[in-house]
Design a protein around this ligand. Structure first.
Ligand code: ATP
Length: 330
């Protein structure tokens, strides 16, 4: 998509099964993202406020983006994503327009997830002067304004026109059901009923947008974006522990022609590896197997397999991108 036109409607799906480990995080995401999008009325019945914004934070390469995609895939909602590079523009007012347009689109296509990757590059802490920081301030102001509007901007013409279309469909369906059931209805009570129903449906439609930000640098975010009603649900996505690494390795190795791989041994040797590093390691082991067969002149797709020693060789080149020092920040 061309920069400055719009944000992406992302169609690449991810299944929960493709994500290794992170069981607690998955549960938190089900509750914070899927429940409000899929079961707003159940939450309302229990007088529970629906989440409007979630911040996923943690070290790089540990699955933040992939988790959001999985939540969008499993809940079958629209997934819109926007990165800093798509937002920044040298033209005055253009960045704010892109942000506003993304929110409009998210509302029009709700239920939806609007995802800001590396959100610290968009709404970092306000600093002293500089052209970049002035743009950042305007982006922050626009985001705060838009987030405060989710669930309440029923009177605005721009973004709700589609929602109102949906509302009308709901209303005519409800009115028809009324008629079918042969319930007596005076004009007054029908109007009252319709007014209540309109409020109820519009509130549901409009609140079914969840804004999610992901960052490796939560300390760099402006405090205003983290306040209640904004990105107020904070979920830490940790690096994979030994069980997580086993799980990621099992997922990756199951996609390869592999024999006699000692998953426990490799998991032990990959402390401080992110999920992305483990994927890299598997890729490198696969390449090592191909290289070896090719060098011996026996490259054959039917017999080629990756084995434990290919992983051991790959471990000489693929190193962990994390360290205890990096992890201390979280
Ligand atoms: P960054 O902060 O650098 O943007 P991230 O935390 O958003 O990274 P992703 O982009 O989701 O990480 O993951 C990077 C790659 O590593 C993806 O290909 C993803 O599938 C893989 N990956 C990371 N963690 C896991 C995991 N737990 N299970 C399966 N794949 C994983």
């Amino acid at each position: 998509l061309k920069k400055g036109l719009s944000c992406n409607v992302d169609l690449k799906g991810v299944l929960w099964d493709e994500i290794g480990g992170l069981e607690n995080v998955k549960t938190e995401i089900h509750q914070a993202i899927e429940w409000p999008l899929l079961h707003p009325e159940s939450l309302r019945r229990m007088d529970l406020a629906a989440t409007k914004g979630v911040l996923l934070y943690g070290p790089p390469g540990c699955c933040k983006t992939t988790l959001v995609r999985a939540a969008a895939t499993s809940s079958h909602v629209t997934f819109l994503s926007l990165s800093g590079a798509q937002v920044y523009s040298p033209y005055v007012g253009e960045s704010e327009r892109i942000i506003s347009e993304a929110f409009q689109k998210a509302r029009a296509l709700s239920p939806s997830i609007l995802f800001f990757d590396e959100i610290d590059s968009l709404v970092g802490k306000r600093s002293s002067g500089g052209g970049q920081s002035r743009v950042q301030e305007r982006i922050l102001a626009t985001m705060l304004n838009e987030m405060d509007g989710i669930g309440t901007r029923l009177d605005q013409k721009t973004d709700v026109s589609r929602g109102q279309g949906k509302m009308k469909e709901h209303l005519s369906a409800s009115a028809k059901e009324d008629g079918d059931q042969g319930q007596p209805s005076t004009i007054g009570s029908t109007n009252q009923y319709q007014a209540c129903e309109r409020n109820r449906l519009s509130d549901i439609d409009m609140s079914r947008v969840i804004v999610i930000g992901a960052t490796n640098r939560p300390d760099m975010l402006d405090a205003a974006i983290l306040r209640p009603g904004r990105l107020d649900r904070h979920i830490y996505v940790p690096p994979p522990d030994i069980e997580g690494r086993k799980s990621i390795l099992n997922i990756q190795v199951s996609k390869m022609a592999a024999r006699d791989i000692d998953i426990d041994c490799i998991s032990n040797l990959t402390e401080c590896f992110s999920g992305a590093d483990i994927k890299n390691l598997c890729r490198e082991a696969g390449l090592t197997a191909v290289r070896e067969s090719s060098a011996s002149g026996k490259l054959n797709a039917d017999t080629l397999v990756v084995r434990q020693h290919h992983f051991v060789t790959a471990l000489n080149t693929v190193k962990p991108s994390l360290s205890q020092n990096v992890l201390k920040q979280y």
